[in-house]
Design a binder for this molecule. Structure first.
Ligand code: SF4
Ligand code: SF4
Length: 370
């Protein structure tokens, strides 16, 4: 189903979902960045803002229109809603001499993700494959995923670090959503809405709408075509799996290690990175004990700790592990690459290390040899 919505219909979307007692998580401006938070009104969207991104830099600027989605992705991803940064796996309390296991008290409401970009839809599909697509499903992730409802928004304003077009994950979402919107600002501000599921169609049916004409569909296509053209091909996917595995001792890894701070930002901001660790937490009185899972990163020394110490003691080996996993061995494990081209690891790297540049540098020497 397709229809055209006026900008005011976004408020109706939020109203309908909140009347159902769903949480609505959407982009909003906080601390000079666009973050994902629960909203109560579409007025909380970043109306009239755009983001200017570069390696190691990010700032918001005013647009000269009232676009609701005139920016790319910010520091957070939907990972924090599905693979939460911290999850209590177990809590045991001593009560009157006996031990009681407390139930998980995590939020159980249905949750609408409003404003999911196509690369982020692709990242969710990758995490689905990793976390619930094998023989053992991650129960917490699965429960959160089943509660989710995805309203995607196709991209018309890629940031300088976006390269979804070269990873085949955007700027137009092909599937994986309940409803997808394309914002059209060609003089008549409107949204082309397209449904992906029956639930998406039920929501659309509750909104004031106009039939979509061929001109509306063409205008929406022009939005994503324009975004694709402005992005170009920025990471050559062809042959990258073999390229990296054939160059494990490439001198470029010494170069990047001299710049990398091993700060973990890239992995925490990445929408597909899924590494976690588990902490046991006991109180001093001995009355309560718990087990907590929290995000971890392959950039820490502790991550590969075994008897005798960490196996990746140098930053060089940690960066190489990350890059080769993203673009080579991830494919061997999960039949997909581990990168969707969102650009977050470039923008939020404090020293501006750029995955596209690192791959290109290795490829350049390979091509010079052949
Ligand atoms: S590796 Fe970088 S560009 Fe690729 S998905 Fe992760 S954060 Fe985005
Ligand atoms: S590549 Fe950048 S963001 Fe990632 S660990 Fe190194 S310095 Fe931090």
């Amino acid at each position: 189903m397709r229809a055209v919505l006026a900008p005011e219909a976004l408020e109706a979307i939020v109203d309908v979902l909140r009347r159902r007692d769903w949480r609505v998580i959407a982009p909003t401006v906080r601390d000079k960045a666009i973050v994902y938070e629960e909203i109560a009104s579409a007025a909380e969207l970043p109306v009239g803002w755009k983001d200017v991104q570069g390696p190691g830099s990010y700032r918001l600027e005013r647009r000269d229109d009232e676009a609701r989605f005139g920016y790319a992705v910010g520091p957070q991803s939907w990972k924090r809603e599905l693979l939460a940064p911290s999850v209590r796996l177990l809590q045991i309390k001593r009560t009157n001499g006996s031990l009681e296991a407390a139930k998980d008290d995590a939020e159980r409401k249905r949750t609408a993700f409003f404003g999911v970009r196509p690369c982020e839809v692709a990242a969710i599909k990758i995490q689905d494959r990793v976390l619930v697509g094998g023989p053992y499903a991650d129960e917490d992730y699965l429960a959160r995923r089943k509660r989710s409802f995805i309203i995607a928004v196709n991209c018309g304003e890629p940031a300088a670090n976006c390269f979804c077009a070269s990873m085949g994950t955007g700027p137009k979402a092909e599937d994986g959503y309940d409803l997808v919107l394309t914002e059209i600002t060609d003089g008549s501000h409107r949204f082309l809405a397209e449904t992906g599921t029956d639930e998406g169609a039920e929501l659309l049916a509750e909104l004031a709408q106009q039939p979509a004409t061929d001109a509306d569909v063409a205008a929406a296509q022009a939005v994503t075509d324009g975004a694709r053209e402005r992005m170009g091909i920025t990471l050559e996917r062809e042959g990258v799996h073999e390229l990296l595995l054939d160059n494990l001792e490439h001198p470029r890894y010494d170069d990047v290690a001299a710049r990398c701070l091993a700060c973990t930002n890239c992995t925490l901001a990445c929408p597909t990175c899924f590494c976690t660790t588990i902490d046991d937490v006991n109180d001093l009185s001995g009355e309560s004990a718990g087990r907590v899972r929290r995000w971890d990163s392959c950039f820490t020394l502790q991550y590969s700790e075994m008897h005798g110490g960490g196996t990746r003691r140098e930053t060089k080996s940690r960066y190489r592990q990350w890059l080769t996993h993203k673009l080579s061995t991830w494919h061997d494990q999960f039949d997909t690459l581990g990168c969707v081209g969102c650009g977050r690891c470039i923008t939020w790297c404090p020293v501006g290390i750029d995955i596209r540049e690192e791959v290109a540098a290795i490829r350049a020497t390979q091509e010079a040899k052949s």
